[in-house]
Structures are given as structure tokens and as C-alpha cells.
Design a binder for this molecule. Structure first.
Ligand SMILES: Nc1nc2c(ncn2[C@@H]2O[C@H](COP(=O)(O)OP(=O)(O)OP(=O)(O)O)[C@@H](O)[C@H]2O)c(=O)[nH]1
Ligand SMILES: [Mg+2]
Length: 225
């Protein structure tokens, strides 16, 4: 059963686009996907290209540690007060889908502390192909897979691959080394997703995050319109 606590949790912000004081809240974008696909690397790269023009913050979810938040801090992608870590315990998907209260608290605290914010990125703990975000937590979601996980992943489908607002196929630089067929991945992804967009990225390349950054800017344009 999927429970969206956004409207019932005490003190939580709702999916409403405005804060209690009437100002527009930040657009919230979730990043999910299998372990090691490049979620944190994507968040870091997005922060670097967007931070000069937008007011940004990040929430990370880790199972038992603050590993991802510490990576972002070490790499100074944002000032420390703009990065919040949530420790989820054993089931990463629970904290982004079923009991989202800790994440809602984190985004609310960030807006209080460093707001007004344009954008909050929420990184899920690495999970499997079924992990998706509650619509009470994020306004749009990115699902990050990578070519090294096997080029049959788009064909296998699952809610992340089929329904995410943006599917990112990362680590294209590794495709020749692991024998992944990018054209096949693109074809299978299109078959699963219809008109929903897919971005192929290599974060090893200069400005490799550009297609994702462009998509985020377009989402923000629609949000503030
Ligand atoms: N070759 C290559 N390596 C990448 C790319 N993107 C990320 N990596 C590497 O892949 C590893 C995992 O990346 P992360 O960003 O930590 O992955 P994640 O999805 O956040 O992992 P979890 O949070 O543990 O689920 C790191 O060593 C990254 O440097 C890429 O485009 N190409
Ligand atoms: Mg990570």
C-alpha cells in the first residue's frame, strides 16, 4: 500500500505550491535509481552548473550513513547549511514513498534556514528498479540508471524506468568497456516511456550534466510561470 502523508503529517508542507506565508516554495526534484548509478555525481554536477543563477539546496537519503551528504560537503558543491542528510534505515524507498515525514521535515527546515529557495534536489538512497517518490514529497522525479548495470534495464521496465519524468542513462563513457548498446537502450527506453524524455550522460565529460541541467531549468520555468 502506498500512503502519501503530505496532507496528514503534522507540520509537514503539502504538495501545494505555496508556503503558509503565501510565498512560492521551492520546486522539489527527486533523484532515484539503483545503487551506484551516479545519483550523487549528478546532484554534484547540477549544483555546480546551477548554483550561480539559482538558490539551491540538497537533501540526501542514506541507509545507515551520511556518505552522500559528506561527499557533497567535501566537494563544496554548496555551502554546508544548504545540505541536509536523512538516515533512512533498511528500506530506502520507504522514506521517499511511504513515510516521507523525515524528508518533508528536511525540505521544510532548509527553506526556513536558507530560503527563499528556487530548487531543492532530494537524492534517494540507492535501491532497485521499483523505487519511486511520493508526489507529496517531490514535484518531479529523475530516475538514474547507468550503462554498466546492463543494457537490458530499459527493456525490463519497472516504475522508475517507465514513469519517471526524466530517465537518465549515465556513464555512457563506459559503454564500449562493458559492451552496452546505447542505441538499443534508447530504443527500449522510448518503447517503455512513450513521449517521456531520456537523457544520456557521462559525468566524466566536460559539462556532461548539461542535458539534465537543461531539463531542470525547463521544469523551473514551468513551475514559476
Ligand atoms: N565512468 C563514470 N563513472 C561515473 C559516472 N558518474 C558517476 N560515476 C562514478 O560512479 C560511482 C558511483 O557514483 P555515485 O554518484 O556515488 O552513485 P549513487 O547513485 O549516488 O550511489 P548510491 O548513493 O550509493 O546509490 C562513483 O565512483 C562515481 O564517480 C560517469 O558518468 N562515468
Ligand atoms: Mg549517492
Amino acid at each position: 500500500m502506498h500512503l502519501d502523508h503530505a496532507h496528514t503529517h503534522h507540520g509537514a508542507v503539502s504538495a501545494d505550491a505555496h508556503r503558509p506565508d503565501g510565498t512560492r516554495r521551492a520546486l522539489r526534484i527527486g533523484l532515484g535509481g539503483p545503487v551506484g548509478s551516479g545519483k550523487t555525481a549528478t546532484v554534484a554536477a547540477l549544483c555546480r552548473v546551477l548554483r550561480d543563477t539559482l538558490s539551491l539546496a540538497v537533501v540526501t537519503n542514506d541507509i545507515y550513513t551520511r556518505e552522500d551528504a559528506d561527499f557533497l560537503l567535501r566537494n563544496a558543491v554548496l555551502p554546508p547549511e544548504r545540505i541536509q542528510a536523512v538516515e533512512t534505515g533498511a528500506c530506502p524507498h520507504t522514506a521517499i514513498r511511504d513515510d516521507i515525514s523525515a524528508n518533508l521535515e528536511a525540505v521544510e527546515e532548509l527553506e526556513e534556514a536558507v530560503g527563499p529557495l528556487d530548487l531543492i534536489l532530494v537524492e534517494s538512497g540507492g535501491d532497485n528498479l521499483t523505487a519511486t517518490f511520493s508526489k507529496g514529497l517531490v514535484d518531479a522525479q529523475i530516475f538514474v540508471i547507468d550503462v554498466a548495470g546492463g543494457d537490458d534495464i530499459p527493456r525490463k521496465g519497472g516504475p522508475g524506468v517507465t514513469t519517471a519524468d526524466l530517465l537518465v542513462v549515465n556513464k555512457t563513457d563506459l559503454a564500449p568497456h562493458v559492451g552496452s548498446d546505447l542505441e538499443r537502450m534508447a530504443h527500449d527506453a522510448a518503447a517503455q516511456r512513450g513521449a517521456l524524455p531520456v537523457a544520456f550522460t557521462s559525468l566524466r565529460a566536460e559539462n556532461g550534466v548539461a542535458p539534465v541541467a537543461d531539463w531542470v531549468r525547463a521544469q523551473l520555468g514551468a513551475w514559476t510561470a
